[in-house]
Design a protein around this ligand. Structure first.
Ligand code: IDP
Ligand code: MG
Length: 143
């Protein structure tokens, strides 16, 4: 097993709902090392680049606005990098399914996320899907 790193972003919905500590507590239980942590003011350019693979989706505009904090009156998100063997897989396992309504209740999204009546998916964190995605994403957020 090789040493890997993965990106986590505590999203604006979780910042607004004061779930940052809860999320950090969950991630702290994993057998990984926290090697980077930074509050980031997210501009359009960064959000669009981060979610570039979803640019054709009908919800892309709203997704970018959401990551920028515009839908939750939030100025910054918390970007984190965890390192260790199978880092991305370990984090994704506790993250849960994309839609909180479908996420196992034991996961971060299943326990802390929600789908708003207006349809917004508030799923608490971003987590790199795999090592390749992490390698693309981490340099966007950390120099
Ligand atoms: P992931 O965050 O579980 O990796 P992705 O498919 O990569 O899921 O989508 C990135 C983000 O886009 C999701 O976390 C969620 O915020 C948003 N998203 C995904 N699918 C939908 C949808 O069908 N409607 C609205 N937002 C969505
Ligand atoms: Mg994804």
């Amino acid at each position: 097993m090789s040493m890997q790193a993965t990106l986590v972003i505590i999203k604006p919905d979780a910042i607004q709902r004061k779930q940052m500590g809860l999320v950090l507590s969950r991630l702290e239980q994993l057998d990984l090392h926290l090697v980077g942590a930074k509050m980031v003011r997210v501009g359009r350019e960064l959000a669009e680049e981060h979610y570039r693979d979803l640019r054709q989706k009908p919800f892309f505009r709203e997704l970018v606005q959401q990551l920028c904090g515009e839908l939750h009156d939030v100025d910054a998100v918390l970007a984190l990098v965890y390192a260790g063997s199978d880092a991305a897989a370990k984090v994704r396992q506790v993250t849960g399914a994309t839609n909180p309504d479908n996420a196992d209740p034991s996961t971060i999204r299943g326990s802390l996320g929600r789908v708003r009546s207006n349809g917004w998916i508030e799923n608490v964190i971003h987590a790199s899907f795999n090592d390749a995605e992490a390698q693309r994403e981490i340099p966007l957020w950390f120099e």
